[in-house]
Design a protein around this ligand. Sequence first.
Ligand SMILES: [Zn+2]
Length: 89
Amino acid sequence: VEFIFIWGFFALLTAVVAGSKNRTALGWFLLGAVFGIFAFIMVLILPSIKERDPYAPSPDTHVKCPDCRELVFKDARICKHCGIALVPQ
Ligand SMILES: [Zn+2]
């Protein structure tokens, strides 16, 4: 009986870790229920799925600083990297 509790515990733990890595918690819970500690180790090893950062630089929102070539916001008046004055676009 304890064995089942430990197995369920790892299934739950696997689901929690999977959820924190933006993976499907339910799917990993089922994997954890089947594979126990092995699924837990697997989800620990797997890298997390990155959520798309809404503030990530993109050609729509950013331009390259003419001086240091770093990406800065289009409407920036001063480059945050080198401090040069920019002309907002
Ligand atoms: Zn710059």
